[in-house]
Design a protein around this ligand. Structure first.
Ligand code: ADP
Length: 169
């Protein structure tokens, strides 16, 4: 059974097998958690992302999918990059957001990762409302069959932490 834990802090500081990056489809870096992961993990991660763009993902990583690279200098073994949907008030993109969590866990299983840390995907630059983002994250992890034993949500601020705490109850 998977244990869900909540931590307030910086995802790049976590000791887990795999850290999930809320990437953009270019895979070539961005702001927010993406920028923090590349800064802390060093150029090896970007090199691996460039290789992916030159091979499997010539047009970029589609929204809702996930792919793993080295974690470079991070203490984790892998970074799993996933692309969340941009929030839309007129179109329901929840399935894509749930897919980010589900596909990341599927990739973790393929890698043999047992502990994984997630940020609150799409709730930053992509503007997904934090309470709804938290609900989708928790519901998806709870309903996914996986060999991962710990899913750690790493929440950057108090508001995100509270939203996840509420969704967990
Ligand atoms: P997105 O484009 O998917 O919205 P962001 O990186 O802008 O991605 O934001 C996703 C979430 O990650 C936000 O809740 C943001 O506060 C949070 N975040 C930003 N930096 C970090 C970090 N170093 N560790 C954990 N969470 C972070």
């Amino acid at each position: 059974m998977v244990t869900i834990t909540l931590v307030r802090g910086d995802i790049t500081k976590q000791s887990v097998d795999a850290i999930v990056n809320a990437a953009n489809s270019s895979l070539l870096g961005g702001g927010g958690v993406d920028g923090a992961i590349h800064r802390a993990g060093g150029p090896e991660i970007l090199d691996a992302c460039r290789d992916l763009r030159a091979s499997h993902f010539g047009k970029g990583l589609p929204t809702g999918q996930a792919v793993a690279t080295t974690a470079g200098r991070l203490s984790a073994q892998w970074v799993i990059h996933t692309v969340g949907p941009v929030w839309s008030a007129t179109e329901d993109r929840s399935t894509l957001l749930a897919s980010c969590y589900g596909e990341s866990l599927r990739v973790a299983d393929e890698l043999g990762a047992h502990t994984i840390a997630f940020p609150a995907i799409s709730t930053g630059i992509y503007r997904w409302p934090i309470n709804d983002g938290a609900r989708i994250a928790i519901e998806t992890v709870r309903s996914t069959t996986t060999n991962v034993t710990e899913v750690r949500f790493v929440l950057f601020d108090e508001r995100a932490y509270t939203a996840f705490e509420t969704a967990l109850r």
